[in-house]
Each structure stands twice: as structure tokens, then as C-alpha cells.
Design a protein around this ligand. Structure first.
Ligand code: G4P
Length: 288
């Protein structure tokens, strides 16, 4: 969050990450499982070229389990290694390392057959802001604070940390830009709450969210706000506002429903996941 991505930033990020590619065996690409396509960098294929890659769908505790499964299958079906994780759960990390070992076994076996001394796998974590890169690295490095921030590219003073006897990791992630090109994608990223994109006014986004939740997650609306929306009712939006305001005891503003407060409330619950497990896109949306 907070980065303005200028062409110069992008070029720098790209160059620094390409440089690092020379010494790594595998890229661990983090994407947000609530929008596993929109939260991917558009040019990663070009940047990492043919490097082995593991796509890790993070925040699976916040996304639709069924959809997440479909997304993992989708990425596998187009030839990637993929898995979903909750990075707040320490048990997940062994699974990720295990998967990397599996991906690289053929390469390591080949090296061994050629008489090269066994060595540790070297990995790099990479992704757009807020997908969990620092959490991932800090947990494996066993440290508390973030040292990386969200600077484009990679930071200079990089170290390689040994996480297991046969597994090493750069201690700073590669930070890449999100997709900007398409309004749908920008909207999905906005719904993750992590990257400020003023693509749509919040009240338009609110209408979208309510319509989407009514279509795909009506139970969540019911559970969270006791709300049932009938989209055929031309007055549904105003009714929804009034209903949520009453339910959550939002004070009237000059005798009327405080629409801004309702919008803020709903978005904060979407961003922090208290709305429930929601995924904002389906794998059938992928065009390329
Ligand atoms: P980044 O380096 O890629 O920019 O992301 P970072 O690790 O800073 O993670 C962004 C936020 O997402 C953090 O929350 C982090 O805790 C949270 N997060 C990362 N992975 C997961 C996951 O699998 N599940 C859940 N539920 N959250 C995850 P924060 O609010 O910024 O900080 P805090 O909640 O850790 O205090």
C-alpha cells in the first residue's frame, strides 16, 4: 500500500528481480486467494522467464474454500505448482518448503548425477503489495518486525537466510506492481483493501459489493447484517442502507441514515475478513 507505481519503479523492480533470478532455483509467487488472478503481477512470466515457480494462494482463511480449491486446480491445470495457505498458521510453512523440494527434485537429482555437491535450494518470495510476503519471510526467519516494507523491486542489503538444511530464502521479497489495465481487476484489488486504487467511488463499489454478495453469498449478508436483498425491488439499495444502519445502531445524521458510515462499516468488515469467507473472482474470468 502507499506506493505510486511509476514506469521508473516498474523498470527498476523488473531489473532487480531479473538480476536475482540468476542465483535462485525457485520463485514462490504469493497471490491473495480472494482474488487469485487480479492479485498477480501481469508481467511475471516475462520477468522470471522459465524459472520453476510455486504459486501460493494466501489468506485462505478469508476466502471461499470451494473457489480456492478451484483456483488451485486451475493453476495446476495450466502447468503450475499451486497450493493455498493461511500464513498465520505456522504448520503451513513446512508444506510450502516440502512442495518446493518436490518441484526441484529432478533438478537436484540431475546435478547429483553430474557429480555436483548437494546444496540447498534457494528460493525467493515475490508478489504485489500486501499478499503476505513479509509475513512469510519473517515467520521463516523467526523474526518479529518487518524490515522490508513495500518498496518496489528488492532492497539492496539482501541476505540469504537458511531456513532448513536444504532450503534457503532471500530475506527480502520482490515487490511487484499490480495489474492496472482493466477496471474489473482494479476493482477486485480494491476489494482486498490493501492497495489504494481510486478506480471507483466507494459508493459505486458498495453497490457492486451488495449485488455480488446477494448473488453469491446471500447467507453471509443474512448472518452478518440480518439482511435479505431482493434485487428486483427498485428500492433495494436504500432499504439495505437503512437495514444495516439500524442493525448496527449507526446514529442518524440530521435525521437520516448515515450512508457514509454504513459504507465504511461494510468495507472495514470486508477488508478484515469479518464479513466471512468471500472470493471476488472465478477462474473462468481469466482471459489470457
Ligand atoms: P506484504 O509483505 O506482501 O506486503 O504483506 P504482509 O506480509 O505485510 O501482509 C499483509 C497483511 O496480511 C498483514 O496484516 C498480514 O498479517 C496479513 N496476512 C498475510 N497472510 C495472511 C493469511 O494467510 N491469512 C490472514 N488472515 N492474514 C494474512 P496486517 O493487518 O497488515 O498486520 P497484522 O494483522 O499481521 O498485524
Amino acid at each position: 500500500s502507499g506506493i505510486n507505481w511509476f514506469p521508473g519503479h516498474m523498470a527498476k523492480a523488473r531489473r532487480e528481480i531479473s538480476e536475482r533470478m540468476k542465483v535462485i532455483d525457485i520463485v514462490i509467487e504469493l497471490v491473495d486467494s480472494r482474488a487469485p488472478y487480479s492479485s498477480k503481477n501481469p508481467m511475471l512470466n516475462d520477468i522470471i522467464n522459465q524459472k520453476p515457480r510455486l504459486i501460493v494462494l494466501t489468506k485462505k482463511d478469508m476466502s471461499d474454500d470451494e473457489k480456492t480449491k478451484q483456483w488451485v486446480h486451475y493453476y495446476e491445470s495450466i502447468g503450475y505448482q499451486a497450493m493455498s495457505v493461511n500464513l498465520k498458521n505456522f504448520n503451513e510453512y513446512q508444506k510450502i518448503i516440502e512442495k518446493c523440494r518436490k518441484v526441484l527434485k529432478p533438478k537436484m537429482d540431475k546435478e547429483k548425477a553430474r557429480g555436483i555437491k548437494p546444496r540447498a535450494i534457494r528460493a525467493m518470495v515475490l508478489g504485489i503489495p500486501n499478499v503476505g510476503k513479509s509475513t512469510f519471510i519473517n515467520k521463516l526467519a523467526n523474526r518479529k518486525a518487518t524490515v522490508t516494507g513495500n518498496k518496489p523491486g528488492v532492497t539492496k542489503a539482501q541476505q540469504i537466510i537458511r531456513v532448513a538444511k536444504d532450503f534457503e530464502l532471500f530475506d527480502t521479497p520482490g515487490v511487484l506492481w499490480p495489474k492496472f489495465e482493466d477496471e474489473h481487476i482494479a476493482r477486485n484489488i480494491a476489494l482486498l483493501g490493501s492497495i489504494k486504487q481510486d478506480i471507483l467511488p466507494l459508493d459505486d463499489l458498495f453497490v457492486y459489493v451488495m449485488t455480488y454478495l446477494t448473488k453469491y453469498y446471500p447467507d453471509l449478508l443474512k448472518e452478518r447484517y440480518g439482511l435479505e436483498i431482493d434485487l428486483d425491488d427498485s428500492d433495494w439499495l436504500l432499504k439495505a442502507f437503512d437495514h444495516i444502519a439500524q442493525k448496527r445502531k449507526i446514529k442518524l445524521l440530521r435525521g437520516e441514515t448515515d450512508y457514509d458510515r454504513v459504507i465504511q462499516l461494510v468495507f472495514s468488515e470486508i477488508y478484515d475478513g469479518s464479513i466471512g469467507k468471500v472470493t471476488w473472482e472465478d477462474y473462468t474470468c481469466v482471459k489470457d
